[in-house]
Design a protein around this ligand. Structure first.
Ligand code: FAD
Ligand code: NDP
Length: 463
């Protein structure tokens, strides 16, 4: 019997793994892909896609709220969580099918099961695949790509096993009345916003004074104010100490000594790389802060073993994993010297309101540039004009400019569709956009985004 030696064996069919496998196979290379759970990985199954769909569901409540100001007489009879979950699952099954077909059409050999590196000899790896019935196959490959992504990190404390993570939240059997979300990063604020807009009493428990710590401070501050204004109960400088079952719900004791009664506890306290039983002990692969250590060519410290995506330290975003996969395939199979450029990667937080950002925060710009100019604007969007209240959703836009060469080094915004808007500006910033070029750009009126081309007054300078 002859065994195929694959040119590339990918462990993990998530964003990065599927892209690398598919592109390499389409170029005529022999490619195997091992997946133990679902095609499309975190993003498709328990990440970006279902999250955005749930966020759309949440936004509907805001549109309903605005409807009467535009003359609509709408009667809302309620929200049905089980329909949302069922529709989400149907859509994800459809996407899983598309991934399956794409892989098949490009000639990737897909193996269902758990991948484990058994040994690496002279740069050739042996990888076992153990399927759900414990049957084992061994594959050999010239290159192994670890694209096993990440999994939620949940600190241990009394009762922590009663909490759920983002892996379970999308399929809660029922959405009950009260939820506590722990954390102050992307997942925490996105889910706090979703629950709050769906009408659930929502508590956001964050251990620091200001959530979204890695974002521009003014943007994070504007966002946190909006979350509170919209009704999210903020528990800042506070953390969860214990969870006790209380009837159908849970009694939470917090580090400040106060207690909360809720029906769900979502831990959104970060993610760690998926390295469980991957066989790294059979290799010379080294870790860096718990993540797989790689260089610019995605090479680990073991010959013939590579890694990309959330399993390595750095930006944990789907488009980053996708682009890394493209660069990796080019480097390995097309003799490319190209390396991944991590500068000016745009990102959005799909909280309510949406946030989006590209480039440096003001604090980072101050470290990097001698002189920094800041332009900012804060206002209520036109869409809310008819609301008979002063308590309207705020939008916030900020530009950070290197004053010495006029280059726009950072753009930050909180507004409806912020992610959609920043995507276009991100291309311009990547191309070296200057403030003067922004000033010379004619706006699209009436839009929110036109503010970026009409900001003329530097912060701290009187008009
Ligand atoms: P993953 O997509 O995690 O894929 C890894 C795959 O490997 C999985 O399918 C897993 O089952 C498989 N696997 C692991 N170990 C093994 C093994 N030993 N054998 C076989 N298979 C294995 N990013 C964005 O850009 N925008 C967003 O809006 C966004 N929203 C998110 C929302 C949530 C709730 C979460 C959790 C993440 C979100 N992300 C978002 C991040 C994004 O999902 C990840 O950055 C992206 O999925 C990383 O891709 P990856 O290929 O590295 O790994
Ligand atoms: P983040 O790293 O964004 O945030 C984790 C949060 O948990 C931080 O606020 C952190 O606090 C807090 N935390 C960590 N440990 C503890 C602890 N022991 N007790 C209490 N709080 C703790 O992780 P997420 O889980 O929100 O998301 C993971 C990654 O997935 C993101 O970084 C992002 O890359 C990606 N993602 C992207 C999305 C998008 O593009 N829209 C959406 C969702 C996820 P502190 O701030 O003090 O460190």
């Amino acid at each position: 019997m002859t065994t195929t030696r694959y040119d590339l064996l990918v462990i993990g069919a998530g964003s990065g793994g599927v892209r690398a496998a598919r592109v390499a196979a389409a170029q005529g290379h022999r490619v195997a892909l091992i997946e133990e759970a679902y095609l499309g990985g975190t993003c498709v199954n328990v990440g970006c896609v279902p999250k955005k769909l749930y966020s759309y569901a949440a936004h509907v409540s805001e549109d309903v709220h605005l409807a009467s100001s535009f003359g609509w007489d709408i009667q809302v009879n309620g929200f049905d969580w089980t329909s949302l979950v069922a529709n989400k699952s149907k859509e994800i099954s459809r996407l899983n099918g598309i991934y399956d077909r794409l892989l098949n059409n490009s000639g990737v050999n897909l193996f269902w099961g758990h991948g484990r590196i058994e040994q690496v000899v002279d740069g050739v790896s042996e990888v076992s695949v153990t399927d759900s019935e414990s049957a084992v196959q061994v594959l050999t490959a010239q290159r192994v790509l670890i694209a096993t992504g990440g999994t939620p990190f949940c600190p241990e404390f009394p009762g922590s096993e009663l909490a759920i993570t983002s892996n379970e939240v999308f399929d809660l059997p029922a959405l009950r009345k009260r939820v506590a979300v722990v954390g102050g990063g992307y997942i925490a604020v996105e889910f706090a916003s979703i629950f709050n807009a769906l009408g659930i009493e929502t508590h956001l428990i964050y251990r620091g004074p200001q959530c979204l710590k890695s974002f521009d401070a003014d943007l994070a501050h504007a966002a946190q104010s909006e979350y509170a204004r919209k009704g999210v109960h903020l528990q800042l400088n506070n953390n969860i100490e214990r969870i006790e079952q209380q009837g159908d719900g849970f009694l939470l004791t917090l580090t400040q000594g106060n207690t909360l009664c809720v029906d769900h506890v979502l831990m959104a306290t970060g993610r760690v790389p998926n390295l469980a039983d991957l066989g790294l002990e059979n290799t010379d692969v080294q870790l860096e802060d718990g993540f797989v250590k790689i260089n610019e060519r995605f090479e680990t410290t073991e010959a013939g073993v590579f890694a990309l995506g959330d399993v390595r330290k750095g930006l944990a975003l789907t488009p980053v994993a996708l682009e890394e996969a493209m660069v990796f395939v080019d480097q390995q199979f097309n003799s490319s010297e190209r390396v991944m450029d991590y500068d000016n990667v745009a990102t959005a937080v799909f909280s309510m309101p949406n946030l989006a950002t590209v480039g440096l925060t003001e604090a980072q710009a101050e470290q990097k540039c001698e002189n920094v100019d800041v332009y900012e604007s804060e206002f209520a969007a036109l869409k809310q004009s008819f609301l008979e209240t002063d308590d309207k959703e705020r939008s916030y836009l900020k530009l950070v400019v290197d004053a010495d060469n006029d280059v726009v080094v950072g753009m930050h915004m909180m507004s409806a569709d912020a992610g959609e808007i920043i995507q276009g500006f991100a291309a311009a910033i990547k191309a070296g956009l200057t403030k003067q070029q922004l000033d010379q750009t004619v706006g699209v009126h009436p839009t929110l985004a036109e503010e970026f081309v009409t900001m003329r007054t530097k912060r701290g300078v009187q008009e």
